[in-house]
Write a protein that binds this ligand. Structure first.
Ligand code: HEM
Length: 400
């Protein structure tokens, strides 16, 4: 089978901007999704251990509720941040993505309900743990396993979408008999193990950040700061070593070990390891982690690009139906409104976190919070006016 089917399955309306830009945005936004998937898995996983220790150990008593909070927020962020790469995948690789969603249609439904069930159970775990000052481990474990299951399903969709049309035919009609169950499953154990293993170093670097953050506050003892720092160092170093081995295995399997992007990823991981071991300021390590995450996201895309172009799918030849207003609206929403809004929320969160002895933040007393709040609100009002006015103009232009 040649690439005709893949090229025919493309959207006849074309894409509104150059495919390479969507490809770049895919790499960027998937890295963001992955960051919170890994932080969720890491903090949630460790909190299960902590929930058993927390009643008898003063350090775990302080740390564990924070781990559970981190897991809770990360799940909501990973869901939100999963939407962007989903959109970019279906814009430039629509053929693969829709076929995966058809062949695995039943799993797509199961995924949604499983995620809802897992998140509801997480709240059960959270409240049970909060009320009793510990525990809730059993329900937490079930929720955690369902979250992992969701990750396996996500991996299944990714693997099917980069399979060849011949493999799709084999799934669609094994032995010539059509299978409409939508229950196809495919996985690549090394790839999955590598991606999931990254939760360990991400948790480690997060704990190093956490330790640096609480070290400046008087309500946390020096013993607690050193406890979290040591825990963070251990997870970061051991985790990075495990992930590095799995990455090399994955690259060997993909015949990409000597590819410049793969070599650059390995070098960046080694630098990260050195930083995690010796650097005093963990926030700098986190900035470097962002670079590593972009390389890993880039490798995933490289694998897909190689497979698809090997089949004759011409990504950069995707018909472009240039629509400057749409792309301008998208980018200004993403960059101007998005970045300002996130800066506002982060500034506030940082300041709340730095308050001592349960004090409450009065945003009006902080010049930065007030200024960012006003700018965000102003931009948001402007955005709504432009968005709706523009929509109305187009609607009337098309209908009158
Ligand atoms: C607990 C829930 C989730 C977990 C644990 C999870 C985990 C993962 C993992 C491990 C991958 C990489 C798979 C691979 O490359 O082999 C992935 C990819 C992806 N995830 Fe998620 N995910 C979750 C929820 C979501 C949600 C709710 C969305 C969308 C709103 C989403 C969108 C994506 C997209 C678009 C990809 C890339 C697929 C591709 O490149 O073909 N994920 N996710």
């Amino acid at each position: 089978m040649d690439a005709t089917i893949l090229n025919v399955l493309r959207d006849p309306a074309g894409v509104p901007f150059f495919p390479v830009v969507f490809q770049g945005l895919y790499i960027l936004t998937w890295a963001l999704h992955a960051a919170f998937v890994l932080l969720a898995l890491g903090s949630f996983g460790l909190s299960l251990y902590g929930s058993m220790k927390q009643k008898h150990d003063a350090n775990w008593k302080v740390l564990n509720p924070h781990l559970i909070q981190t897991g809770k927020l990360s799940i909501s962020l990973l869901i939100l941040l999963g939407i962007a790469p989903l959109l970019f995948t279906q814009v430039i690789y629509d053929a693969g993505w829709y076929v995966a969603n058809t062949l695995s249609g039943a799993w797509v439904f199961i995924f949604i309900y499983a995620l809802i069930a897992a998140y509801l159970m997480f709240y059960w775990y959270y409240y049970a743990n909060k009320r009793n000052g510990g525990g809730g481990t059993f329900i937490g474990l079930i929720s955690f396993l369902i979250v992992v299951f969701c990750g396996i399903l996500m991996h299944n969709f990714a693997v099917i979408s980069i399979s060849t049309p011949d493999q799709w035919m084999e799934m669609y009609a094994p032995g010539g008999v059509i299978d409409t169950s939508g229950l196809n499953l495919a996985w690549d154990i090394v790839r999955l193990a590598f991606l999931v293993s990254l939760a360990i170093p991400v948790l480690g670097i997060f704990l190093q950040n956490y330790s640096d953050f609480v070290s400046t506050k008087s309500d946390y003892s020096a013993d607690f700061v050193s406890f979290t720092r040591k825990l963070g160092n251990k997870f970061a170093v051991i985790g990075l070593l495990i992930s590095a081995v799995l990455f090399v295995l994955w690259m060997m399997q993909e015949n990409l070990l000597m590819h410049p992007v793969s070599l650059a990823t390995i070098v960046s991981v080694v630098i990260l390891l050195i930083m995690a071991m010796f650097l005093k300021n963990s926030y700098i390590t986190t900035l470097w982690l962002v670079v590593v995450a972009l390389f890993i996201s880039g490798i995933r895309e490289l694998i897909r690009y190689n497979i698809m172009s090997g089949l004759g799918y011409d990504l950069y030849g995707y018909p472009v139906n240039l629509e400057i207003p749409t792309i301008a609206m998208f980018l200004s929403t993403f960059v101007i409104l998005g970045f300002t809004g996130v800066a506002y929320i982060l500034t506030m969160a940082w300041k709340v976190g730095k308050l001592e002895n349960g004090a409450t933040l009065d945003g009006t007393k902080s010049a930065a919070v007030t200024k960012l709040g006003n700018i965000t609100l102003g931009l948001f009002v402007l955005w709504m006016l432009i968005y709706f006015a523009w929509g109305m103009i187009i609607l009337f232009k098309n209908t009158l």
